[in-house]
Design a protein around this ligand. Structure first.
Ligand SMILES: Cc1cc2nc3c(=O)[nH]c(=O)nc-3n(C[C@H](O)[C@H](O)[C@H](O)COP(=O)(O)OP(=O)(O)OC[C@H]3O[C@@H](n4cnc5c(N)ncnc54)[C@H](O)[C@@H]3O)c2cc1C
Length: 406
């Protein structure tokens, strides 16, 4: 089949882009290796996504916020403040919400709920406009591009083409690779374990990033557990891979006790409240975000380390940057893959993402270094940061985004 725009990957960003382009007069094909049933019932994957206020506003605009609330009332937890700690010291650099001029820095919601809601929104747009074709259950195997079109071959041998091919197929994008775009990859040599836990003491909706010695812990405050009424958090533990795997397999009670100890009993007793999931930590930044008749969005454009919680936020930003350019080109009868349009997208998205990508890489590297000078530098950086209100205001603004109150 031939389309105006072919999107490879129906993750949350590919779905959001297709939904945003619906009704623009463009025909859209959306390719996903998993089945339609897997998209409709996206399984819990341990990720709790910290949303900036800009992303929260975007989810409302796409109709995802209401859909998620209808699926799971109380699914969005407010992220009031954030604190960063180093080593065993009780000292913390605190980023309060009022520095961002909001009553919370952002919101927390489960990734699988975003995916389910995005798929529902896509189906609704498909029913309303009839301009989206879903091609599920088959992966992109090859791509050929000429002056007129991008041609995609799927694993079953079928072929499709488009005026513009958009990669939304993860940080290890097959389509990006197939068009010949390289990427710089930073393997942090660590693996993250994520799960939900309930605990005795309240978190007061404060997120923790705790760069301990030999391990990194994060606590993302969720609304209380609906079954037990206990305080509940998403817990993120980062360790070298071989030390994570025994924890991922440990019996639940022993795991709870181990985690309580890792948190220095600051939350009291802790109980495992979900399945455990592990993710290797690899940051990826491609050398180009566009090529003739080709663009990358989402993780395919910027594969962030999760420590600054910006991967999906940047993914939505890529949609907010690219989609209006495509809609405007369609409205004016211009080529959606015009060189100037793609160059403008790339310029804007690189400028918005590269600094935080590099800062995140530097933070993650410094705060996992275990030498004595590095530990001292970590402590000094937090104490200086705590004393510098303009710096904290900057961090608060970056966590919160800049959208006005909804
Ligand atoms: C532990 C963890 C915590 C995180 N926390 C946060 C956070 O707090 N805040 C935040 O903003 N971000 C966070 N992120 C990042 C966020 O999850 C990602 O940025 C987001 O999922 C990217 O969405 P995407 O649609 O671009 O890619 P993906 O979610 O990777 O989806 C890609 C899709 O493409 C499909 N696909 C892949 N290859 C092919 C192919 N060859 N053919 C067809 N289909 C293909 C896949 O099946 C998948 O459906 C976190 C990530 C992790 C791992």
């Amino acid at each position: 089949m031939h389309f105006d725009i072919l999107i490879s990957g129906a993750g949350p960003v590919g779905l959001a882009l297709a939904r945003t382009l619906a009704g623009s007069g463009l025909t859209i094909g959306l390719i996903e290796q998993h089945s339609e049933a897997a998209l409709a019932e996206a399984a819990f994957d341990g990720r709790e996504i910290a949303l900036t206020q800009d992303s929260a506003a975007h989810l409302r605009e796409l109709g995802l916020w209401t859909r998620i609330e209808a699926m799971v009332p109380g699914a969005f937890s407010p992220l009031r403040d954030a604190q960063v700690q180093n080593g065993p010291s009780p000292f913390a650099m605190v980023i309060p919400h009022d520095l961002a001029g909001r009553s919370e820095l952002g919101w927390l919601v489960s990734n699988h709920l975003i995916r389910r809601a995005a798929f529902q929104a896509l189906q609704a747009a498909q029913a309303e406009h009839g301009d989206i074709t879903l091609l599920t259950g088959c992966a992109v195997a090859d791509v050929q591009v000429d002056a007129e079109r991008a041609r995609v071959t799927l694993a079953d041998g079928s072929e499709h083409s488009a005026r513009l091919l958009v990669a939304a197929d993860s940080r290890f994008s097959t389509t990006r690779r197939a068009v010949g775009i390289g990427a710089s990859q930073h393997d942090f040599g660590r693996t993250m374990l994520v799960c939900q836990m309930t605990h005795e003491r309240a978190h007061d909706h404060v997120a923790w990033e705790w760069f301990g010695y030999g391990q990194t812990l994060a606590l993302l405050p969720m609304n209380d557990c609906p079954e037990t009424g206990m305080p509940r958090s998403s817990v993120v533990l980062t360790l070298p891979h071989q030390r994570i795997m025994p924890l991922a397999r440990m019996a639940a009670a022993a795991f709870g006790a181990d985690m309580a100890q890792r948190f220095d009993h600051r939350l009291g007793a802790m109980t495992l409240a979900s399945t455990r999931h592990t993710y290797p930590l690899v940051g990826v930044y491609p050398s180009r975000m566009v090529a003739p008749r080709f663009a990358c969005v989402g993780d395919a454009a910027v594969g962030m380390h999760p420590v600054t919680a910006h991967g999906f936020n940047f993914g939505l930003l890529s949609v907010r940057t690219l989609a209006p350019l495509l809609r405007a080109a369609a409205a004016q009868g211009q080529d959606v893959a015009a060189e100037a349009l793609l160059a403008r997208y790339e310029r804007t998205h690189r400028r918005a993402t590269r600094p935080l990508y590099e800062i995140t890489r530097a933070i993650a590297t410094l705060y996992t270094a275990e030498s004595a000078p590095a530990r001292l530098a970590r402590d000094a950086a937090l104490r200086v940061g705590e004393a510098l209100t303009p710096f904290k205001r900057l961090v608060a603004a970056s966590l919160a985004g800049h959208a006005p109150s909804p």
